[in-house]
Design a protein around this ligand. Structure first.
Ligand SMILES: C[S@@+](CC[C@H](N)C(=O)[O-])C[C@H]1O[C@@H](n2cnc3c(N)ncnc32)[C@H](O)[C@@H]1O
Length: 311
């Protein structure tokens, strides 16, 4: 199977990075190397690019795609939350730009046996990093009803979270839930028929929630951004593409806090907390896909790009 993935907000991200040809650039979510390729094309022989992904298939696909750029490119299999130490290991402490294009790739979704998709029947897996031992099956069969409810409500924003959690717990009482098709059917039975007809696939939100929980997507993002901003050289930029409101809220909040970290009460005439701004938010409002992109790439529908520049 070839690595099919149409990069989202590609030209907007490349423009947003404001690439210096001799600079050092990092993509923490390398995927098929779509954004990476465009970055590398803009680098001189003195520039360098480091691509990070936790998924072995992405590493292989991007490695092949970026082969022509030779020594300029370094590819590392890792979680982007370890970016600072991974780069330090290869002698890099400061960079000129960082890209994060969050979530899963179309390739991951379309590879049935990875268990990400409710459209194909496969073992419940959903690991981005297959070196990790916990899978979606452990969550579905092991989490309490309360915890299932919480993640489906918070990470899936599903109105029927309570009912879905209840149905999952009742179903697994009869035997373990092993496959995506089994889970999908249980979810379908938890959602009123009237709603199913109007709101897309009934399992979509729950699958998203389980994937986010399993891969700790929000914690990892929340815990990495300050450190990434600290790694930027003056004038360096970080561009982040998010795909749902929870991610976007985290990025927006952390960018804002780095722009204006002062915690002094607004009644104070001067700042006494001593917290200094690290730069500025370039995107007051997020950049959204064009009408043309929306038409040609359905994955771009919920995408938002936010950019921060280090001072
Ligand atoms: C949307 S795809 C990126 C596509 C890429 N920008 C392109 O144009 O081809 C997201 C990729 O990020 C990876 N990923 C997501 N979260 C990650 C994390 N915390 N650490 C490392 N890789 C991650 C996934 O494995 C996936 O390959």
């Amino acid at each position: 199977m070839t690595f099919e993935h149409k990069s989202v907000l590609l030209s907007e991200t490349i423009e947003g990075l404001s690439i210096k040809p001799d600079g050092i650039y990092v993509d923490g979510t390398l995927g098929g190397g779509g954004h990476a390729y465009e970055v590398c094309q803009r680098l001189s022989n003195k520039g360098s690019f480091i691509g990070i992904d936790q998924d072995a298939a992405a590493i292989e696909a991007a490695g092949a795609r970026l082969l022509d750029f030779g020594e300029r490119v370094t590819i590392i299999r890792s979680n982007y939350c370890d970016m600072k130490s991974r780069l330090h290991e290869i002698g890099i402490d400061k960079v000129d730009g960082i890209v994060l294009d969050l979530g899963v790739s179309s390739y991951q979704l379309d590879t049935a046996d990875r268990g990400f998709s409710y459209r194909a029947d496969a073992p419940l897996d959903m690991r981005m990093d297959t070196r990790q031992s916990m899978t979606a099956k452990d969550i579905v069969n092991g989490y309490s009803e309360m915890d299932l409810f919480r993640i489906i409500r918070d990470y899936g924003e599903d109105k029927f979270a309570k009912n879905i959690a209840k149905h999952i717990v009742a179903a697994r009482g009869k035997g373990p839930i092993e496959t995506t098709a089994q889970l999908s059917e249980i979810i379908r039975q938890s959602i009123p028929m009237k709603i199913q007809k109007t709101s897309g696939h009934p399992a979509k939100r729950t699958f998203q929630a389980i994937r986010i929980e399993l891969n700790r997507e929000l914690e990892v993002l929340r815990d990495s951004l300050d450190e990434m901003i600290d790694m930027l050289n003056t004038g360096g930029r970080i561009c982040i593409i998010t795909f749902h409101s929870l991610e976007d809220r985290i990025v927006k909040g952390i960018f804002k806090k780095n722009e204006n970290p002062c915690t002094c009460p607004s009644t104070f005439p001067v700042c006494v907390c001593g917290k200094v701004s690290k730069g500025r938010v370039i995107t007051r409002k997020p950049i959204l896909p064009s009408a043309e992109e929306l038409e040609t790439n359905s994955r771009s529908k919920s995408a938002k790009l936010r950019i921060f520049e280090r001072s």
